[in-house]
Design a binder for this molecule. Structure first.
Ligand code: ZN
Ligand code: ZN
Length: 317
């Protein structure tokens, strides 16, 4: 995505009539490196207002395009979890203004995927926000990546998008009278996932280890696997009580009961697919055996079809 900025710069030069032939060629090449899905995502981000839901006195769920965001406000400044699309940055700033939020100080990324980090550079450039994430998120954002399942290829992000502070296992942040635990999951949705637990507020952001209400995407090409997803859900459940508000990466706000249903579904599908795979069945045979059939009516109407989820389960087990 470093090329995106170069492209915009080039496009600006083109508009001023200053373009030269080699630059034009570069601009074209740069443009082709942005996957169509990301272009669409940015188009949507420009046109989608942010829906704000108050979770606690100073904690707000922000939903626009991409992953669910969470904002914590208070005397120490505003903290934001995940950054949506680059084009959503003005909408995010507007939503925070609407909350009378103090200046944006910290941005935490739950993992490297573009639907959670594409807005990093735009927010960093416009507010100076300091970005924190797992070290694997920085590593992946700063090097070429692919999401094989979606046939998406990513160029490295510009420096402004990269986390300025990283950690290996866990990190504690004491902010706005709360204690935040940022903890790395062993590979689950990717190898970059963390949860953010607001201990006093009893709110947990589970990132994309939790898709509330539909089959989750698992990015096997950057370290994700279904067993890790099951374990991540168990880790989050151990932190939750009946009052905990659990923010999924995608879907509506969750709680312990919804996360329990999700964990039970994932665990059962993993067992079934594992058994089929151990008996020597091919991917196509496993998909044809419909190992998710019991759950399809409830969970099969989201991002992934039942067949796609069964294939992902097979590939990542
Ligand atoms: Zn996501
Ligand atoms: Zn993701």
């Amino acid at each position: 995505m470093v090329t995106r900025r170069i492209f915009l710069k080039q496009a600006g030069l083109a508009g001023a009539g200053l373009i030269t032939a080699p630059r034009f060629v570069m601009a074209q090449q740069a443009a082709t490196t942005v996957p169509d899905r990301v272009r669409q995502f940015r188009n949507d981000g420009a046109n989608t207002p942010i829906k704000v839901t108050k979770l606690r006195e100073n904690l707000f769920l922000l939903q626009g395009v991409g992953g669910n965001m969470l904002a914590q406000t208070g005397p120490d400044g505003t903290l934001l979890i995940d950054s949506s699309a680059s084009t959503a940055a003005p909408h995010i700033r507007e939503a925070l203004q609407g909350l009378n939020a103090p200046p944006l100080k910290l941005l935490v990324n739950t993992h490297w995927h573009y639907d959670h980090t594409d807005g990093n550079a735009a927010l960093h450039d416009s507010t100076g926000v300091f970005i924190i994430a797992h070290e694997n998120t920085r590593r992946r954002l700063s090097t070429p990546q692919e999401i094989a399942f979606m046939q998406m290829h990513f160029a490295p992000d510009p420096p402004a998008a990269l986390p300025q502070q990283t950690f290996t296992d866990h990190q504690k942040i004491f902010l706005n009278n709360d204690e935040l635990h940022l903890v790395h999951f062993p590979p689950a949705h990717t190898d970059t996932d963390i949860y953010i637990h607001f201990v006093n507020a009893n709110v947990l952001h589970a990132g994309d280890t939790f898709f509330n209400g539909f089959y989750p995407f698992i990015d096997g090409s950057t370290g994700g696997n279904l067993r890790g997803m099951v374990r991540a859900a168990e880790t989050c459940l151990a932190l939750a009580d009946n009052e905990t508000k659990i923010v999924p990466g995608h879907g509506p706000l969750g709680d312990k009961a919804s996360l329990q249903r999700y964990q039970a579904m994932l665990s059962d599908v993993a067992d079934k697919v594992e058994k089929l795979k151990a008996s020597g069945k091919s991917r196509e045979e496993v998909v044809a055996a419909r190992p998710t059939s019991k759950y399809d009516a409830e969970w099969g109407k989201g991002l992934l079809s039942p067949d796609q989820f069964a294939a992902l389960a097979y590939q990542t087990l």
